[in-house]
Design a protein around this ligand. Structure first.
Ligand SMILES: NC(=O)c1ccc[n+]([C@@H]2O[C@H](COP(=O)([O-])OP(=O)(O)OC[C@H]3O[C@@H](n4cnc5c(N)ncnc54)[C@H](O)[C@@H]3O)[C@@H](O)[C@H]2O)c1
Length: 255
């Protein structure tokens, strides 16, 4: 397609599949990851995020057509907040001037089916206020394996919808959307899926999966559409690519 697209988390899993798919369609892809990428940067740190933005501005002087942010962590540790939330918003906001140079600019960020769970609203509110100091003070560590993860994905959805209709983004033609994958077979989920009990539990949370786990390429296809010019009518949408989990949780079960 000849578009230039930034893909974060491009060294593994869904991000890798997205980068490869876009390249196979003729796009120029700039990969960002902690290692094995065009731009190696630790998105958990302020310095790493600033360096990534500076290098993107240097290598994409004529602008960029889109960014897909798959970089993320699945665990309870504090780095989950840093990479999933700040690693997304700082990069997207940092390349705003580059996106404005495109005729069909797109932003695609990563949520999760976990965004359907009830989050810790205090953490979500503090994330949206970007008050990391207060989060660290109130939550020096989290015992709950999903508390931080769920909060980041809910916060990303709210930030994404706000951006999508704000004057500086949606108002200037930048289409902003999200993808919320369900259970997908990647290095992130491998250790859990290798454990028989955990695997059965996770599959039970995805009743429509019928023992079929989503593959990275399936999510990559959705990202390819959203980051392409064809998605122009989608604004502020979170696409739940979850084999029916959202429909069931919202109470629509015709079976
Ligand atoms: N796999 C699933 O079932 C699933 C479900 C819902 C949402 N997601 C989301 O999809 C995204 C991609 O997940 P995946 O399953 O492909 O995982 P993955 O572990 O295969 O890929 C994540 C990538 O993020 C990069 N990353 C992590 N920390 C980083 C840091 N500090 N700086 C720079 N890069 C860093 C990793 O190096 C890796 O390449 C994540 O945001 C995840 O939360 C995944």
């Amino acid at each position: 397609m000849n578009r230039s697209i930034v893909v974060t988390g491009a060294a593994s899993g869904i991000g890798k599949a997205t980068a490869e798919l876009l390249e196979s369609r003729g796009d120029r892809v700039v990969r960002v990851d902690i290692r094995n990428a065009d731009i190696n940067a630790d998105l958990a740190t302020i310095e790493g995020r600033a360096e990534a933005v500076a290098l993107l501005k240097e290598s994409l002087k004529d602008g960029v057509d889109g960014i897909v942010t798959w970089a993320g962590l699945g665990g309870p540790v504090g780095a989950t907040l840093l990479v999933n939330f700040f690693g997304t918003i700082d990069l997207v906001e940092g390349i705003h001037p580059l996106l404005l140079m495109s005729t069909a600019p797109r932003v695609v960020v990563t949520s999760s089916r976990m965004s359907l769970e009830k989050p810790n609203e205090e953490i979500v509110a503090l994330l949206l206020k970007r008050n990391l100091t207060e989060i660290v003070r109130r939550y020096p560590s989290s015992e709950d394996p999903t508390e931080f993860y769920c909060a980041t994905k809910v916060a990303i959805n709210r930030w994404m919808r706000h951006l999508a209709v704000s004057p500086d983004w949606g108002g200037r033609g930048i289409k902003v959307n999200a993808i919320a994958p369900g259970l997908t077979e990647t290095p992130m989920t491998r250790s859990t899926l290798d454990n028989d009990v955990q695997r059965q539990y996770l599959l039970a949370m995805h009743p429509q999966a019928e023992n079929v786990l989503s593959q990275p390429i399936e999510l990559a296809e959705i990202a390819r559409f959203l980051v392409g010019p064809e998605s122009s009518m989608l604004i502020g949408q979170c696409i739940y690519a979850d084999r029916g989990t959202e429909a069931i949780l919202r109470g629509v079960n015709p079976f």
